[in-house]
Structures are given as C-alpha cells and as structure tokens.
Design a protein around this ligand. Sequence first.
Ligand code: NAD
Length: 367
Amino acid sequence: MSTPSLLILPGDGIGPEVMREVRRIIDWFGARRGLAFDVSEDLVGGAAYDAHGTPLHDDTMARAQAADAVLLGAVGGPKYDDLDFSVKPERGLLRLRKEMDLFSNLRPAQCFDALADFSSLKRDVVAGLDIMIVRELTSGVYFGEPRGIFTEGNERVGVNTQRYTESEIRRVAISAFELAMRRSRKLCSMEKANVMESGILWREVVTEVGRDYPEVELSHMYADNGAMQLVRWPRQFDVIVTDNLFGDILSDCAAMLTGSLGMLPSASLGAPMANGRPKALYEPVHGSAPDIAGQGKANPIACILSFAMALRYSFDQGAEAARLEAAIEQVLADGVRTADLMGPEGGVPVSTEGMGDAIIAALEASL
Ligand code: NAD
C-alpha cells in the first residue's frame, strides 16, 4: 500500500501555532511508531487570500480532493472583516466542505477527568463522559428550498424549508451505525417525528438501516427531550445521530459539558474513495482566536485530538489514536495547563509549545 497522504491547512490566527505542535506529534509517530504519512501543507482562509486573492485556490481544492485526509487549523480574523462575502476566509472552509461533500459531521464530547470541574454541570454527572454526536451536514433546513424573505399581503414572511431525501438520511445513518459498531454499539437517533414529516421519514429510514446492524441497540428520541437528557444524564448516550439543525444545537450543548473550547476536535466525513477511506476533513471546533494569536497562549489539544480522530477514522490506527488520547489525559492529570485550562486549583502553566513538549514526553513514556 502506498504511504497515506495528509494535507495540512494551518489557516489563520492561532491555526499555524496549534498546527506546529500537531506536526511535531506526526513526526513522533513517524519516528517512534513507524507511521509514515506523506504530509504536505497549503494555504486556506485569510492566508490564501493574501497570497492568491481567494480563500481557497483551485489547486488546493484539487489537492484536498486527492488527499487521504485533510487537517485544518482555523480561518478568519479582524483583518478580513471588511472583505466581500465571496472572498471571506470562511468561504474557503465552506468550499472544502461542500465540494468534498462531507455529509457526516462527528463531534465528540469527552470529559477528561482532570477537567471535570470546568463543566457547568456537577462532576459526578460529567466525569467519564464520552459521547459522539453525528450531525448531518449538507442538507436540511439550512439548504432546503424555497427559502427567503417574501411579502405576503402587507407583511414580510421569512421562509426556510426542512427537506431530506431518503438517500441523504440513509448515508448519514450508515455512517452513524458504522461508528456505533466501533464503539459500544448503542445509537440514539433524534428528530421531531411527533410534529415534522421530515422527522417521520428520518425515523423510518434510520430504522430500516438499523436492520443491517442487528448488533447495534437503536433507540429514538424527540430532539427536545434529547436536549434535556443531555444535560440531565449525558452518560446514557454513546452515539447520537441527528439532522443538520438539531445537530448544530445539540453538539454545541454537548461540547460545553466538557469545558474549554480549546479541547474540542471534530471530523467531517464523506463518501468512501476508491481506496475505501472516506473523504475526510479534521479540524478543531474553535476559530482563529485573534485575541490570543501570536502570543504562544493557544491550547493545541483540540487540533491534536483532531489528528487522533484522523488516525482512527482515516488511517485505521485506533490503538495509536488511543495512545495519543491517553498521553493527553496523563498530561492533564499531571496538572499541565495552557492559560484557558487554568482553574482555581492552579497547575503547571505552559505555552502552546510547552503543551506539545509535555504530550510528546507522555507519548515517549507510553512506549
Ligand atoms: P474563537 O473560537 O476563535 O475564540 C473564542 C474564544 O475562545 C476566544 O477568547 C479565544 O481566545 C478562545 N479560544 C479559542 N480557541 C482557543 C484555543 N485553542 N486555546 C485557547 N483559547 C482559545 O471564536 P471567535 O472569537 O468567535 O472568532 C474568531 C475568528 O475565528 C473569526 O474570524 C471567526 O469567523 C473565526 N472562526 C473560525 C472557525 C473555523 O475556522 N472553523 C470557527 C469559528 C470562528
């Protein structure tokens, strides 16, 4: 098999800073675990606009389509606020997601024990939490037609349309069942089948797909109840699958159970390529954090955990992903803290690079 390719797009603000630490971790896996990647780097967002007058050059788009996985830092910043909408840094990211047809958005919510007190919920509710929300990303009410603001009689009316085809539901459901098979074989599907026809169809199609996965325990829940259950007793869930709108809200809600924005990775997956790997874009949930950019304060863990997701979901290296996650858990347990993780109990303050050093030392100790 040829060496798997990884395209790195650091982007703007803290993007290049956190990505520098990821590059060191990738190098460590190459040198110490024999995991070779064909790594290349390119521009996205404001950095691409500065160089080419567009937030994503066509050549970069083609390289992303050809790569086994893409890892992105963050895009945007005040310098680009007044640009025309069509060339804003975020358009580069949106183009990647759209042209790679990344319909399945994976948002883990994992609570590291050492950070349980950062949650707005009580420690005994969130400690040990490890759930995955699968959000449909390319259809639903954010894209459905008709849409717009129209005039009816003497008043305006705002219209958006929730629309899902069977095949759109089926492909994200398959992606969620496959994920459930790799985890604890428990899947909860959330919609509003009580008041929405699209929800009725969603429930029917997910149930049909479930017949191909008899090992997975499938349950259904109305999304409003799901929101309540997520804050009441989140550990009842393992994998949750839901549509674009509900997934947007529920994944943000679940993410905040775990504390800092600097800790949250994500993956967006598309259809399998010829080599069987899904098209894939991995990125931290946070943005380019212009308020701390260039100061060595950024927490690189969200970006490093995004690489761990790439190891698991693109490169079939689940054991090495677990090694990396365990190293991060160890570093946090040792009290190593970037500024965003510093709570009243204190800890060992480190820079972005210092956090990278500590994680590499913990990886070494794991051998
Ligand atoms: P943000 O996520 O960049 O920052 C929000 C707050 O969290 C800031 O106080 C920041 O310092 C802090 N923070 C974020 N990541 C951190 C990290 N790794 N370590 C420590 N602290 C961290 O969101 P924002 O301020 O609303 O947006 C800033 C820019 O980023 C905007 O231009 C926005 O459009 C863009 N943005 C990009 C993405 C993306 O690239 N996916 C996502 C969200 C926002």
